[in-house]
Write a protein of this length. Structure first.
Length: 285
């Protein structure tokens, strides 16, 4: 059992950090400051963020240090999914009701994500027209990695960071994690033994409203996906695992496995389950 743990709410989700050593006040202050700084840049739910400025005005913006890696990952996943993954699905999410006020009332038909509206060159992002970014497909995972880096910088070597189901583990003792059955979180369809790696999942029942709307959108159309209902991805970093968990909704896993070190579980609407033979755990059906 961990020697210390803390639970708090941030960026709209519940966080739990467990560690084999004490989590002192200075360590937790660094963690909270890191989360706040990330939110100030990437949140589409606040008017003063960098993302909000990009939605109002085209121009060239300097990214924070984590920005190039995040956008590079989106470029790779865009290529692997034939354009289905893009950080420019924000407008469609708003039109479908997943807006800053969480009205969950559609205000118009979704639209395809604009192509060629962004050009990033190192830490510079050229916004050619006002666009609304939503980096939720990989951003929360990246923030989990950044929180893990803060823990390590403070001398915490063994820990488990859980941000609403996006997990990062460090240490010799693995964590046993259940994979919740879509539509019934009281049951699991499998378990993963997580050790010095990240596990991230995505499911259409996590944020569902209205007439079958959910937050996993195909950037080519702006509409929610239909075939896949839940995914989990294991990778070395939470950012990559988070992005891959979304990419698994849109493309054959083989296209991702040739480009990334990935193990996965994917559940289809008809109940079919596909998973990696090298999964560090088991699937019960």
């Amino acid at each position: 059992m961990p020697a210390d743990s803390t639970t708090f709410d941030a960026i709209g989700t519940r966080w739990t950090i467990s560690a084999d050593g004490p989590l002192d006040a200075s360590t937790l202050a660094r963690v909270h400051d890191r989360i706040a700084a990330y939110d100030e840049t990437w949140s589409r739910f606040r008017d003063d963020s960098l993302v909000a400025r990009m939605s109002r005005e085209a121009g060239t913006y300097r990214l924070p240090p984590e920005g190039p890696a995040l956008l590079d990952l989106y470029d790779r996943l865009d290529e692997r999914t034939a354009g289905a993954m893009s950080p420019l699905v924000g407008r469609s999410l708003v039109r479908l009701g997943y807006d800053a006020d969480l009205t969950l009332r559609p205000s118009g038909a979704p639209v395809p994500a604009p192509r060629d509206a962004l050009v990033h060159d190192g830490d510079l992002l050229h916004v050619l027209e006002p666009v609304l970014l939503d980096v939720g497909a990989a951003g929360k995972g990246q923030l989990v990695d950044l929180v893990g880096a803060e823990l390590r910088a403070c001398g915490v070597e063994a820990f488990l960071v859980d941000a609403g189901g996006d997990l990062l583990h460090a240490g010799d003792r693995p964590a046993r994690v259940g994979l919740s059955q879509p539509g019934d979180p009281s049951r699991v369809i499998g378990v993963v033994e997580l050790r010095d790696a990240a596990l991230c999942g995505s499911g259409v029942d996590l944020r569902r409203w209205g007439d079958g709307w959910h937050h996993v959108l195909d950037a080519r159309t702006g509409w929610p996906t239909l075939d896949v209902v839940a995914t989990w991805a294991v990778a070395r970093s939470a950012m990559v695992a988070d992005g891959l968990a979304t990419a698994l909704f849109f493309t054959d896993p083989d296209r991702l496995e040739v480009a990334f070190d990935l193990t996965y579980v994917r559940v289809h609407a008809d109940g079919t389950v596909r998973y990696s033979l090298g999964l560090p755990g088991e699937v019960f059906r």
